[in-house]
Write a protein that binds this ligand. Structure first.
Ligand code: NI
Ligand code: MN
Length: 227
């Protein structure tokens, strides 16, 4: 037990609570039909955003503005958020960023990125959080990529959150290969069934992933697990 919890808010949105931090990732909440999360009732300290598409940037700006939480994202998107009143920290891929809760590093994702108003938002990214030595990798939106092999070699994540919905990202076949390449003990599927375009058979995905070394944990929106 590492003394923190991971809550799934639906789509690619997660909320991690540690004794001192409340961390949102890709907080697509108010427009997300299955999310049931009231940020005014939680302590939010950090918001990580993988790219500018509205189903990932979501409510990040308003939450940062209203709570003062630091919004951490790729340079161009961070400037866009700053201009709209967010407490945004512009970063690039590859640097280890230190926080009170542990550290984070932005890594590649093979995808596009633009702001909700159509501006260039820098590159799309994924993010690896190291919380008290437990490493959670959020893949953002991406295709299958060799980068997963590098991420296993260099970082060896304990848990990977992977998009499986197809159309805009990996589908279940590609994501099952990604889970093997990443080698994480726990695989959590995301970015599926929110819209008709990203329907996926999550039970089939679980069967493809589960083996002696790896376990697929299917979370329903608003489920929480203790880590
Ligand atoms: Ni996207
Ligand atoms: Mn998306």
């Amino acid at each position: 037990m590492n003394n923190f919890t991971l809550r799934y808010l639906g789509h690619s949105a997660f909320f991690i609570q540690t004794p001192n931090a409340g961390i949102l990732i890709d907080p697509f909440i108010s427009q997300n039909p299955v999310a049931n999360f009231d940020y005014t009732k939680e302590k939010i300290t950090h918001i990580f955003v993988t790219h500018g598409h509205s189903d990932h940037l979501g409510d990040a700006i308003i939450i940062s503005k209203n709570t003062g939480a630091q919004l951490i994202t790729v340079f161009e998107l961070a400037l866009y958020c700053q201009q709209r009143g967010a407490n945004a920290l512009p970063v690039g891929l590859g640097a280890t960023l230190n926080f009170d809760f542990g550290n984070a590093i932005f890594l590649p994702a093979f995808h596009s990125s633009s702001t909700p108003t159509g501006e260039y938002a820098g590159c799309a990214s994924s993010v690896l959080l190291d919380i008290a030595g437990f490493k959670i990798y959020h893949a953002g939106d991406t295709s299958l990529t060799q980068e997963f092999k590098m991420i296993k070699d260099v970082f060896a994540p304990n848990m990977a959150l992977l998009p499986i919905g197809g159309t805009f990202t990996m589908d279940i076949e590609q994501a099952s290969i990604a889970s093997k390449w990443l080698g994480a003990k726990y695989i959590i599927p995301m970015h599926y069934n929110t819209f008709d375009a990203i329907c996926a058979d999550v039970n089939k995905f679980k069967i493809m992933v589960d083996n002696e070394e790896q376990k697929c944990i299917v979370m329903n929106a608003n489920d929480q697990i203790e880590l």
